[in-house]
Design a protein around this ligand. Sequence first.
Ligand SMILES: Nc1ncnc2c1ncn2[C@@H]1O[C@H](COP(=O)(O)OP(=O)(O)OP(=O)(O)O)[C@@H](O)[C@H]1O
Ligand SMILES: [Mg+2]
Length: 348
Amino acid sequence: MNWQWSPTKKQFEKRVAIETKWELAKMRLEDIRETGYVPAASQQRQFAELPHMSFSEYIGQENAVERLRAAITAAKRTGKPLPHCALIGPAGMGKTSLASCAADSLDRPAFMTVGSALTNIQDVASLVDAVNGGIAFVDEAHDLARADLPIVSGLLPLLQDFMLHTETGSRPVVPFTMIFATTTFGLLDPAIRSRMGIPYELSGYTAEELSQIAQFHARKQGIISLPESVAQEVARRCRGNPRMCGNLVGEINNFTLAAGGKDIILNDALKAFSVLGIDENGFNKTDWRLLNLLKERPCAISRCAGYLGMDKRTFEEIIFPFLFNSGLVITSSKGLELTTAGTELVDG
Ligand SMILES: Nc1ncnc2c1ncn2[C@@H]1O[C@H](COP(=O)(O)OP(=O)(O)OP(=O)(O)O)[C@@H](O)[C@H]1O
Ligand SMILES: [Mg+2]
């Protein structure tokens, strides 16, 4: 006998609802399995675990490291939380890594988020509750400046007295450490800024340190051996930036693998640099376009950025610092201009 299901409207709707839920759950599982990507859900937390890194792996930045280690030792000896602090420096220079070292050394829960994810004091409350006396790390903290006033006024008692004031009432939280990382400390609200102690300003890396960072990246990427000559070339061409250093190591490894090689050789590196258009001093085609423009006449920063087809912030964070640190350009009342060394390089 052929049995046919003839549901009522209610039964039918219930079944559709169950099937939809099941399909969604399956899609979610497949997404997670295949891509590691977890689809956004309103109840999802706006923060992730801060990765751990050992101080012994962190290269350079002696002053910041010495200060931070002293502060951590003091906190452990007194039983007080590590004081809130701000890490300042250009993108990719090691702020998150330094916070990861602090988390590793303190051995307390540590979570990270970005300033723009903290839109109200409830967001901050769930982060602070999760860290439970550990580290709440806020990357791109200057984006908090875009948030509305209530988050700032809510943050002040939280940072200062570990008191949380929300619409539903006030309560103490377990004393914790807030670490802000920012490229532009000045954009933070002055009242918050003044509660973050003396900021840790990350300085530049020496060629030797960058070469060690290239080796560190190679180990992280599972590369068995990176010849010292390649590490030094990477150090010379990474614009003084640890993240760029890692990106170059990855690019070079691609060329080695594409050529059917197993171990990286200097030729793979030179091929990668040539394809990427990076010369022996680390300058790329964009740098050269700018240097040639400035050879004609000094030029305002916003005009330089426009000429290169990028926004002012990208120009200021990526193009300008390397040429400035290389002693090729300076700022003056006329805008940006070539130094004598810059003129010699362009003419030479
Ligand atoms: N001092 C260092 N020693 C070893 N590796 C480093 C160091 N600084 C940065 N790195 C490596 O360089 C990469 C970028 O560092 P990190 O993410 O800490 O930079 P950041 O300053 O937080 O950048 P952003 O402003 O974009 O958040 C990471 O892969 C990190 O492991
Ligand atoms: Mg970071």
